[in-house]
Design a protein around this ligand. Structure first.
Ligand code: CTP
Length: 400
């Protein structure tokens, strides 16, 4: 009964995945929550309000003008009561309305009246999801602290294949619990997280880099912060927004990343190196643009310092050091070797060639290996859920 005494507004908009929200409502009731469903008129074409009414054991709000008993407008009384508004599924339409403060029906009016956390689970066709205006709306919501459960990829009801599927009920429930009952087990801890790729410049225009999107590191930084840690995020160039309420350091090269970490290392309780640091840099940097010639070209490279190895050599026994190993073969064996040679407490190994894992996606498949050789192979999960798992292990190590 993790959600006992919690009042949750479940917003339901008109998407074919609406059947999953019946299950969400039912699970929330089982967890002890008081569930108040608000449906858009399109949602009522997909399922009957009576179904939500019976499952939630509360009246379903369909419009703002039918209330006979209450002197207060229903959107205000609901908003005053709510501990959380979750909209699942959230169509492009309701996403757009909430992002732009439009209130022209019960759900959109409730959404701008609430003063509690908001969690949206978008679901739509992949072209709709990637539409520039929808993307802008989602970006605006993220920036303003709205929690999003990014849709999954797969075969969509419309017949297309791609991103846009409403996440599984379990994932939605886990996120609801983590927003409503956040763990605060990292209060008083200082965490340094690195993320993204480094750039090693050849000349003012060209550089050597890699496919890291930074998403895993950003998810770790956000999750550590939500669990109470003081977080410094040291990031190579990515397309991601710098999360609010943490110390953000933008770097480009491996040398800059190394300096930024060393500046703070002595006061850190844990360093999580999820950045994809370049092992090499061009031996010579040309300060002017290199012109092409008819000859083939080779660029001599020099080794960069291995930051994690340096940290492993200088860490105190009470500091934790966590590395990543992105591999394509002999994954666990290679990761284990890196854990030992760099004096790490944990290493997160992932097969970057597996579907749904590695670069440029919101999910990953990882194994967490500890100093005793214990290896936890996790299933495909969102990067935020993986971040939670890694931090659970960090907390366990602190407790030892
Ligand atoms: N790392 C680092 N400094 C580097 C290179 C990598 O700190 N110059 C860190 C990464 O952030 C990651 C871990 O080390 O946490 C990866 O280990 P590493 O052996 O360097 O992996 P690769 O660079 O992929 O090594 P290899 O090419 O040998 O597989």
């Amino acid at each position: 009964m993790e959600l006992k005494n919690k009042n949750i507004i479940l917003g339901v908009s008109g998407c074919i995945a609406v059947h999953k929200s019946l299950d969400v409502a039912s699970q929330l009731v089982k967890q002890g929550a008081s569930v108040h469903v608000v449906m858009t008129s399109n949602a009522t074409r997909m399922v009957q309000p009576i179904q939500f009414q019976v499952i939630s054991r509360n009246p379903v709000l369909l419009n703002l003008y039918d209330s006979k008993d209450d002197w207060q407008p229903p959107h205000i009384s609901l908003a005053d009561l709510a501990d959380l508004l979750v909209v699942a599924p959230a169509t492009a339409n309701i996403v757009g309305k909430i992002a732009n403060g439009i209130a022209d029906d019960a759900l959109s009016t409730v959404a701008i009246s609430v003063h509690c956390p908001v969690l949206l689970a978008p679901a739509m066709n992949s072209y709709m999801y990637q539409n520039a205006f929808v993307e802008k709306n989602l970006q605006k919501l993220r920036k303003n602290g709205v929690n999003l459960i990014e849709p999954a990829s797969g075969l969509l009801a419309c017949g297309h294949e791609g991103i846009g599927r409403l996440e599984d009920v379990d994932v939605i429930l886990d996120r609801i619990v983590s927003v409503l009952v956040p763990k605060r087990d990292l209060v008083g801890r200082k965490v340094i997280v690195t993320a993204g790729p480094t750039r090693e410049y050849i000349d003012p225009i060209r550089f050597i880099t890699n496919r890291s999107s930074g998403r895993m590191g950003y998810a770790i930084a956000e999750t550590a912060m939500a669990r109470g840690a003081k977080v410094t995020l040291i990031s190579g160039k990515t397309h991601l927004e710098a999360p609010a309420n943490l110390e953000f350091r933008q770097v480009e090269t491996a040398a800059e990343m190394r300096k930024a970490i060393l500046d703070d290392f002595d006061t850190a309780d844990v360093v999580i190196m999820s950045a994809a640091v370049s092992d090499y840099r061009p031996s010579e940097y040309s300060s002017v643009k290199i012109k092409k010639t008819e000859e083939p070209m080779t660029i001599p490279l020099s080794r960069n310092a291995d930051i994690l190895l340096d940290l492993g050599n200088r860490k105190d026994p009470d500091q934790l050091l966590i590395g990543f190993a992105a591999e394509t073969d002999n994954i666990l064996q290679n990761a284990q070797q890196k854990l030992v040679s760099k004096n790490l407490d944990l290493i997160i190994a992932n097969d970057v060639s597996a579907e749904g894992a590695g670069f440029e996606v919101d999910t990953n498949i990882v194994s967490i290996i500890d100093g005793g050789g214990k290896c936890d192979q996790l299933p495909l999960m969102s990067k935020h859920d993986i971040a939670d798992q890694i931090l659970n292990r960090v907390v366990q190590l602190f407790q030892k």
